[in-house]
Design a protein around this ligand. Structure first.
Ligand code: SAJ
Length: 432
């Protein structure tokens, strides 16, 4: 097979993997539904705007060298050596099922344009059994060929992280699932060109479980930390101190309690894992962990109401400044951010809510302030949701001068309770 590689889905996963292969001399074509994104890439502009070292300059260089291009046309899949699919796979909590339409339509369009001997790889995170029950049948029906024989089929779950997209692809070990051994081997040979980490071949179902389990594992860990935080609040002990001492014990790794668990991975991957065994088994721990993590934003509002009460402020008359809308510190990514349920619940209760975030441009159609003093001036209460570096450097004296009432609700252990109390703040914090 030639050197042509097609990547379907020009997002957080597709763009860096397309750049990684193009950098190694492959002729890479990215497919995306939206024309504007295709045009941006062909103009050498990277659609991902967060801090991603080297990604923008590399993309521009590879496009100018004609090693990387983008299109909406699936016919480029013909005679491709490999076709990687990296489209989104959100989970619909109402229906309790994955939203697979982007995946199904991408797989179907690839199937219609599939050549004999090509290798199809799914990088998206999918529920266990999806390769066998969804991907393989569509590819075989649309191509009229047999998977594992006429073409090869594998799944290599992505392990990208905003801020380190290219680095993770290069450095992280990867699990490579194949619908048969030959498919897994073909995929390992391909990834060897861009992955310096170890490549572990296995079957597709195992790879599907590994990906969703590794994130469910983290979600359960965080839920445990949040439960310890709630216990410490009741007993009046600082959970971050408890965590420090617990982790002095070998084989302990208590995670960090906080205002909630956001992002494009953890909130959905546990549900994808559970979906893989629906009708057979209802996993308890991962479902309960989700429930605990999803309850933390409401707990932030409870802490806020208690703090305002202590300050003699009726929440219906309060002016509240919400600091931090992104789901992760120093990121502009607001996907599933805990800030959303917090802002929604507060909007129903307080007179005025001001939103601030140094990176987020727009948030649910609401005004976002980018000058911290504008956000704090005249307000009664700060609700700190995200630990952006800018907040860690705030001057408490200055804040006190600006506020009408000095109340601090700290969702990310940015401030110390006794320091805030000494400076005249009423202080509440997750886990304190
Ligand atoms: N969070 C906590 N406490 C913690 C860790 C995280 O409350 O101890 C919160 C964060 O504030 C955030 C959410 O959880 O709102 C998710 O944080 P994250 O650090 O897991 O960041 P993500 O969502 O970007 O997770 C990615 C995942 N990578 C992939 O799925 C490929 C995850 O598997 C990685 O473990 C994680 O990055 C990482 O290690 O940073």
């Amino acid at each position: 097979m030639g050197k042509k590689i097609v990547v379907v889905g020009m997002g957080y996963v597709g763009i860096p993997v397309a750049v990684a292969f193009a950098k190694k001399g492959f002729e890479v074509v990215g497919i995306n539904r939206s024309r504007p994104k295709v045009d941006m890439i062909n103009n050498g502009e990277c659609p991902i705007k967060g801090k991603e070292p080297k990604l923008q300059e590399l993309l521009k260089k590879l496009v100018s060298e004609k090693k990387l291009s983008a299109t909406q046309d699936f016919s480029v899949c013909k005679d491709a050596r490999a076709i990687l699919i990296a489209v989104q796979t959100p989970f619909n909590k109402e229906k309790m099922e994955p939203e697979y339409s982007p995946l199904e339509s991408a797989v179907s369009d690839v199937g219609k344009n599939l050549s004999k001997g090509s290798l199809v790889i799914i990088e998206s995170t999918i529920a266990p059994t999806t390769m066998d029950k969804v991907v393989r049948p569509i590819l075989e029906n649309m191509s009229g060929m047999v998977a594992g024989k006429d073409f090869y089929l594998a799944n290599c779950p992505e392990r990208v992280m905003p801020g380190r997209l290219l680095q993770n692809i290069r450095e992280y070990d990867r699990v490579v699932g194949g619908i048969n051994e030959e498919s897994a081997q073909m995929a390992v040979e391909l990834y060897k060109h861009i992955v310096e980490g170890e490549l572990f071949p296995t079957d597709s179902l195992t790879a599907e479980i590994v990906k969703t389990a590794e994130n469910a594992y983290r979600d359960v860990q965080i839920a445990f930390a949040n439960e310890i935080a709630l216990i410490c609040e009741k007993l009046g002990v600082n959970t971050y101190e408890v965590r420090g001492f617990v982790n002095k014990c070998p084989f302990r790794d208590m995670h960090i309690p906080g205002s909630g668990v956001g992002g494009h991975c953890l909130p959905k991957d546990s549900w994808l894992l559970a979906y893989g065994v629906k009708n057979e088994l209802s996993p308890k721990i991962i479902a309960l962990a989700r429930e605990i993590n999803e309850s933390m934003p409401h707990h932030m509002v409870e802490l806020t109401e208690k703090a305002l009460q202590e300050g003699g402020i009726k929440i219906g008359e309060a002016i509240i400044s919400v600091l931090g809308l992104a789901y992760l510190e120093d990121s502009d990514d607001t996907r599933n951010s805990p800030a959303l349920p917090i802002v929604k619940e507060l909007m129903g209760k307080a007179t005025k809510i001001r939103l601030h975030d140094p990176f987020v441009k727009e948030f649910e159609g609401l005004d976002v302030l980018h000058n911290i003093e504008d956000a704090i001036k005249g307000s009664d209460c700060i609700v700190l949701v995200t630990a952006h570096t800018e907040y860690k450097n705030l001057n408490l004296e200055r804040i006190k001068e600006l506020m009408r009432t000095s109340i601090m609700v700290d969702g990310r252990n940015v401030f110390e309770r006794d320091v805030c109390n000494r400076k005249g703040f009423i202080y509440r914090g997750i886990g304190k």
